[in-house]
Design a protein around this ligand. Structure first.
Ligand SMILES: *[C@@H]1O[C@H](CO)[C@@H](O)[C@H](O)[C@H]1NC(C)=O
Ligand SMILES: *[C@@H]1O[C@H](CO)[C@@H](O)[C@H](O)[C@H]1NC(C)=O
Ligand SMILES: *[C@@H]1O[C@H](CO)[C@@H](O)[C@H](O)[C@H]1NC(C)=O
Length: 301
């Protein structure tokens, strides 16, 4: 069993590596040169147009009365929703996504201090609400995107603005240092170094489970008052470690779902969670519990 899980973990790592060279959002890191700046080692974002999102003329309906705002993960951008967003649009939701946390003009999102990113989410969401004449939004957040809304509600005067938050491998309890090592690898650094990271991506060490940021966020409970929470995580998470840190512990009855409990063989790791059919079905079920359907396990991404 131990062998099997470490094999599966290697496959998950391979999936991450593959993702950088080919498919979703990242291309291979630029090779480092002798006098490289760290920025030169960063993978490059592939642009993907997602049709139907950020349509400020979208009309809310009785069936879908709130705008849905998609909040991407660390090192990704709004483009990472290329799979989830069109599926929501097709079902009649008004769907919005921002790219936040582009620290010092980085191509990647999710790098700025998390407090600043939460402020970006707040401004973006308030603009959406004003344009659509809505009083509340629903948030779907991946990884770091799963905690920005909590910060907004708790510390940036967001009480009452968020109806529901669906976390996909959300970094609710932070990650131990193993998760940070993975970020270092993605950036082409051999070892994580807090001074380097604080200079290029201040959010990284804020996401460590023992950080002052995490202590502040989770003080007095890891939920946001008045919000309906739910989470889906994956056993093959290599960023939120241990993966159960993606769940919330304070509120009673907050559903946490481990992807592999729905799909024993699903290999989705942290970054590819948002490209999974099963995760998509989970999100749809949470956004509209009255039309919930069992996720379809056959279609492994
Ligand atoms: C905005 O919504 C309020 C109710 O929430 C309604 O009374 C008002 O007519 C709406 N305004 C527009 C421009 O749709
Ligand atoms: C982080 O958590 C994972 C999963 O529980 C564990 O395997 C790993 O050894 C931990 N790493 C550190 C640096 O504590
Ligand atoms: C969700 O997971 C957390 C952490 O494992 C646990 O404390 C909590 O009881 C779980 N909630 C439910 C409803 O099972």
């Amino acid at each position: 069993m131990k062998f099997l899980s470490s094999t599966l973990l290697s496959i998950a790592f391979l999936a991450l590596a593959n993702m950088q060279v080919s498919n979703q959002v990242m291309a291979a890191p630029t090779p480092a040169t002798a006098d490289n700046k760290v920025a030169a080692t960063m993978p490059q974002i592939e642009k993907r147009a997602i049709s139907g999102i950020n349509n400020y003329n979208c009309k809310l309906t009785a069936e879908h009365p709130r705008p849905v705002i998609l909040v991407h993960a660390t090192l990704l951008t709004a483009d990472s929703w290329w799979y989830v967003a069109p599926a929501l649009v097709k079902r009649g939701y008004c769907v919005f996504a921002l790219t936040y946390g582009q620290y010092k003009g980085s191509a990647f999102g999710g790098l700025s201090p998390i407090e600043d990113s939460a402020q970006e989410l707040k401004s973006f969401s308030e603009n959406v609400m004003a344009k659509l004449n809505a009083t509340q939004v629903d948030l779907v957040g991946h990884s770091q995107g799963g905690i920005l809304g909590r910060y907004w509600v708790k510390f940036l005067d967001g009480k009452g603005k968020v109806n529901r938050m669906v976390g996909i491998s959300a970094i609710n309890q932070g990650t131990n240092l193993s998760g940070i090592v993975i970020f270092a690898k993605v950036l082409g650094l051999f070892t994580p170094s807090q001074p380097i990271f604080d200079a290029i991506a201040p959010s990284f060490y804020q996401m460590v489970d023992t950080s002052a940021f995490m202590a502040k966020l989770n003080k007095g409970g890891d939920t946001a008052p008045g919000v309906i929470h739910s989470n889906i995580g994956t056993r093959f998470d290599q960023v939120v470690t241990p993966y159960t840190n993606s769940f919330q512990k304070s509120g009673s009855g907050i559903p946490n779902l481990t992807l592999q409990n729905l799909c024993l063989l699903s290999l989705n790791e942290h970054l590819t969670m948002v490209n999974s059919n099963v995760v998509l079905q989970y999100v749809l079920n949470q956004l509209d519990p009255t039309s919930a359907k069992t996720a379809n396990c056959i279609s492994f991404p």
